[in-house]
Design a protein around this ligand. Sequence first.
Ligand SMILES: Nc1ncnc2c1ncn2[C@@H]1O[C@H](COP(=O)(O)OP(=O)(O)OP(=O)(O)O)[C@@H](O)[C@H]1O
Ligand SMILES: [Mg+2]
Length: 203
Amino acid sequence: MGLELQYADGQTPIDENEKEGLKIKSITTQGELDEFEQFNIEKAVEWTIHTNFKPERILTEEFIKDLHKKMFGDVWKWAGQFRRSDKNMGVSWMQIEIELKKLLDDTKYWIEKNTFSPEENAIRFKHRIVAIHCFPNGNGRHSRLIADIIMESIFGQEIFSWHQSNMVKAGDIRKKYITALRKADNGEIKPLIEFAKNRKANQ
Ligand SMILES: Nc1ncnc2c1ncn2[C@@H]1O[C@H](COP(=O)(O)OP(=O)(O)OP(=O)(O)O)[C@@H](O)[C@H]1O
Ligand SMILES: [Mg+2]
């Protein structure tokens, strides 16, 4: 029997080809998949907590891929590998490397020139990397964890509050999140920063 998945608003569907990359064949429902992925992500978060990343290591293609692999590698064979097909979101798959390179370079420049506050820097990075959509799936969760790593390991600041709530499931918090992302698409970055920072409102 195939894997039947349901998608919340703003989720990227996984195509049939990609479903074949499922490593745990006993998974047949969305709920089971969410659980296995969450368990894998928690292991990755542990790894990030116990590793002291040098700032220059974070802003590299290698790290971007490594982190995705740590987060999803127990569940998906294609974890840590860039997309090889187009999606309803993101750049054409052939543009991923070059767009990511531009983002990494821009971010290093912002840091060097103090262009933005730490929060704005991390959130601009998060919004752009999820807009590129490097991977077949898991881009949202990956982008949120990277924003936290940027805050902590590059700026020595407290991480954001999104880890406290379940952003994967549909609900009011997710609605707020997607609304803030759409505003950021239109150049208005503040609502996404506020969303990420606002502990009480997200609980
Ligand atoms: N209009 C948008 N602008 C920017 N980012 C968006 C937009 N719509 C969706 N996204 C991002 O894309 C993510 C969906 O991509 P994908 O399914 O690869 O990530 P995920 O980690 O599986 O999902 P999630 O973020 O829901 O946990 C959304 O969660 C959100 O972070
Ligand atoms: Mg998804």
